[in-house]
Unconditional design. Structure first.
Length: 374
């Protein structure tokens, strides 16, 4: 071949290779576009939720706050019920185990909280039953603390309502310092929850009038600050079970809050007041459950549709958590999913459908479909 013919051949070969490469790219993107259109507009039937834990124990809600019959109307922004996924993750809750040394651990916690005599010895405990023990002061504001020696949940009470130190409010600071006092209290007994979200903390101000608590409009008039701790939102990639043309199944980012029996309060609340030289916890209720949200186990369960949950609400089968109004008709402004942690024993972190309305109305419906509840 002449030099000119060789150059022409090489040029044509390069053009052919380039065109072939461009063609492959175009085919690749056409394939991806076709897969996207198919997955979006003609999705394959979803695989069923795996229900990995089998049937679940029903959520135990407290008694509803009101007994009268109510009627409901949808008042959401769209005027319609929302679109919700057909399944959600369920997680196990870490369970505490009885231990012969747990009473000693509770005594150590009582010692750290200064339930001690003049010789720094822990005060004698009173057995309330096989697992609940109580320690009581006989001086000061006569604090009394009760520990569950399996879960180490506790309640703290005192005669703070009649305390001159509390009424003087000399050392009562602001809400941020009250939060730090509550967290320091827990840290002192090695019970700092690992999943508390400090940005979700709620506080309320109270004054003491005629030996009772009344809401206070300002910190300057307050004697007590209530602090409620809240756990972090539960975030994960929900496996929808919908097969993708590219392989695997479609996943959607999901973030749901944890709610408690009496919103906006939690099951971890502390009442902070003035002490002799610093703020102190004068009352507390602490029930904490830690969900095991590790990614090693993915347990998905089918959930009710909003229409089914709405019918349960209308038929009086929902738990009415709070309502401060007097009207018999409730306008439902928001409907959304959350997880529920109650006060009683609980094996699983399970979802609920929440109905929120005016005048502090909150109602919960267990979200998992009834065939998976025992």
């Amino acid at each position: 071949m002449t030099l000119h013919a060789t150059v022409e051949f090489a040029r044509k070969a390069l053009i052919a290779i380039a065109l072939g490469f461009v063609g492959i790219i175009i085919l690749f993107f056409l394939f991806r576009l076709g897969a996207f259109i198919k997955d979006t507009f003609f999705p394959a039937a979803a695989l069923p939720a795996n229900a990995k834990f089998g049937t679940l124990t029903a959520l135990e809600f407290p008694k509803s706050t009101i007994n009268k019959s109510l009627t409901y109307r949808i008042n959401t922004v769209s005027g319609q019920l929302p679109q919700l996924p057909d399944r959600l993750n369920v997680y196990k809750i870490k369970q505490s185990q009885p231990n012969l040394l747990n009473l000693d651990k509770a005594k150590e916690k009582a010692t750290r909280l200064d339930f001690t005599d003049d010789h720094s010895r822990v005060l004698p405990e009173t057995a309330l039953d096989d697992i609940n023990y109580e320690w009581q002061e006989v001086t000061g504001i006569r604090r009394k603390i009760r520990f569950n020696t399996v879960t180490f949940d506790f309640t703290l009470t005192s005669n703070y309502l009649s305390s001159l130190t509390v009424l003087n409010a000399k050392d009562l600071s602001d809400e941020e310092h009250a939060l730090n006092t509550a967290l320091s209290f827990l840290a002192s007994i090695n019970q700092s929850p690992p999943d508390v979200d400090k940005t979700k903390t709620t506080t309320e101000l109270y004054a003491i009038k005629d030996g009772a608590l009344v809401a206070s409009s300002s910190l300057s008039k307050a004697h007590v600050i209530r602090v409620d701790l809240h756990q972090k939102d539960v975030s994960y990639e929900l496996n929808t079970g919908i097969p993708l043309s590219s392989g695997g199944t479609k996943k959607i980012k999901t973030t749901l809050p944890i709610l408690y029996p009496h919103p906006p309060y939690s099951t971890m609340n502390f009442w902070i007041a003035s002490g002799q030289s610093a703020q102190q916890v004068v009352m507390a209720n602490y029930i904490y459950k830690e969900p095991d949200v590790s990614k090693d186990i993915e347990a998905t369960y089918p959930i009710k549709t909003p229409a089914v949950a709405m019918e349960e609400l209308k038929n009086g089968k929902a738990y009415i958590a709070t309502y401060f109004g007097s009207q018999d008709e409730i306008a439902i402004n928001k409907i959304y999913l959350a997880y529920f942690l109650g006060e009683s024993a609980q094996q699983y972190l399970m979802p609920i459908i929440v109905f929120e309305g005016d005048d502090g109305f909150f109602a919960y419906v267990s979200a998992v479909r009834p065939e998976w509840i025992e």
